[in-house]
Write a protein that binds this ligand. Structure first.
Ligand code: FE2
Ligand code: FE2
Length: 474
């Protein structure tokens, strides 16, 4: 169980370590002032029907009730320690998992933790204005749930920094509150976390695509030989699952509503669909192209000696490392990566160690594809011939072997002129954003009401009805 008596809820016996406890208690007001400044806009007095972790056991860890978000019980929750756990890959394979940071990996591990930690407050900042245009009280509650949990993920990383990295760690923890998404002078570390999330379609796409990148990164860190990091990430993954649920069902409900309107009115032309106040499938496709391409950049270069080092050192494993049946060393293994030569995309095998980013990207793409399949089944059921698809992984890339090249969604290498002639068909335009945002000019919060452009979900939160008062505005 989690100790909520302490000022900082935790299951790590924080009270036993006065120095650490004081350091975190010192960081806590800075965190709250960050939340007040750039957390969900004008939400601080609302009572929100949120779930809070009460146990880190896989079954029944959540408790639901009304909470004012600044009073959410953010804290430090790690999955319980397995005393027999080993380092499961790399040159230290077979050694007991590390309970303290090995000196030679100190700066690398700190960098990994800071990079992960930086994404958590970034997404809260990106989403802070969306409460003003929510399509229902149910959705408003869901975005707030996502936001408080991203805040807790920041706590999780800050705990590791304070507990294991001394003064450097404390300074990094402060810097995590100082950077701002999209800020010209002090931006967040990773590109996708500086992009605006201007509307609810972008929010659902973000939680479907970009939170899922979070899942895959956390899965790799959950394999880490540094045991406290592994245990922290395992618990974070239980929260991440909800964020992806919000994204997948959010887009799915938009697809469903659009299809209903198309079918009822026997229309398929995007301008006719828009005239009915719903989002045309072509625009959904362009949002997919954008969010998919900026998210797969987050996996980094296709060939990366850093990725190889992280693995060989035992710091960051592969997705489902311990379920894989190879030697977990990868010294002689190979993996295919693509590159652009002239006007062709060619695939060649490289050392599997240096291709670990690409491998993780491929693992991610497989899961994204099955999500798209579920959206397409909604369209298919409605008898509409349109299908959503993922663009080629070289499309609109800024990092890795495809960066600097123009690749069509079908995977054809284009000249800049050809690209410019078609980019408006493939990427959301100013007009697309303006149209989507025109649908979201105010918030829909009457009990049980949903905006015209999105279908209600099949059920409410925690078995509550759809007309439940998920947020009390006071
Ligand atoms: Fe997160
Ligand atoms: Fe998340």
């Amino acid at each position: 169980m989690i100790d909520y008596i302490d000022k900082i809820p935790n299951n790590v016996d924080l009270g036993q370590d006065r120095v650490l406890q004081r350091a975190l208690e010192h960081w806590q007001p800075a965190y709250l002032s960050w939340w007040n400044d750039v957390g969900p806009n004008e939400s601080h007095g609302f009572d929100v029907y949120l779930r809070t972790a009460i146990s880190v056991e896989p079954d029944g860890w959540a408790q639901f009730g009304y909470v004012k978000m600044p009073e959410y019980r953010w804290g430090v929750f790690l999955q319980p320690r397995d005393p027999n756990r080993l380092v499961n890959f790399g040159t230290h394979k077979g050694e007991p998992a590390w309970q303290e940071v090995p000196g030679e990996f100190r700066s690398t591990l700190r960098r990994i933790i800071v990079t992960q930690g930086d994404t958590e407050p970034a997404s809260v900042e990106q989403q802070r204005m969306l409460g003003l245009s929510c399509p229902s009280m149910y959705d408003l509650r869901n975005i707030f749930q996502v936001n408080v949990e991203e805040g807790r993920h920041l706590w999780a990383m800050v705990y590791l920094l304070h507990r294991y990295f001394g003064r450097d760690g404390r300074e990094e923890a402060e810097a995590l509150l100082a950077r701002r998404s999209g800020d010209a002078d002090n931006p967040r570390i990773l590109g996708a976390f500086n992009e605006p999330t201007p509307d609810w379609l972008a929010f659902f796409m973000f939680t479907f695509f970009t939170d899922r990148d979070g899942k895959y990164q956390l899965c790799c860190l959950a394999e880490s030989g540094f045991d406290p990091l592994a245990r922290t990430c395992r618990f974070m993954l239980t929260e991440e699952a909800h964020h992806m649920f919000v994204g997948e069902t959010g887009v799915g409900r938009i697809v469903q509503r659009t299809c209903e309107v198309m079918k009822e009115n026997k229309i398929s032309n995007p301008s006719d669909v828009r005239a009915m106040g719903v989002i045309d499938l072509e625009t959904l496709q362009r949002y997919i192209n954008f969010h998919f391409s900026v998210t797969i950049d987050l996996y980094g270069s296709d060939v990366s000696s850093n990725a190889a080092n992280y693995y060989t050192s035992g710091l960051k494993g592969r997705f489902e490392e311990t379920k894989l049946t190879d030697d977990h060393l990868l010294v002689d293994a190979e993996y295919p990566v693509s590159e652009v030569i002239g006007d062709r995309i060619v695939t060649k095998n490289v050392s599997a160690l240096t291709a670990l980013n690409e491998r993780l990207r491929d693992d991610y793409i497989k899961e994204v594809e099955s999500g798209l399949g579920r959206w397409n089944r909604i369209i298919e059921k409605a008898g509409i011939p349109f299908r959503l698809r993922l663009p080629h992984k070289g499309f609109h890339r800024a990092i890795g072997n495809f960066a600097g090249h123009h690749i069509s969604p079908d995977g054809v290498v284009l000249t800049p002129e050809q690209w410019n002639a078609h980019v408006a068909e493939w990427m959301p335009s100013k007009e697309d954003y303006a149209y989507v945002q025109s649908l979201m000019s105010g918030r829909v919060v009457e009990l049980g009401k949903f905006a015209n452009w999105i279908a209600p979900p099949p059920r409410g939160v925690n078995n509550q009805p759809l007309n439940f008062e998920y947020v009390r505005f006071n």
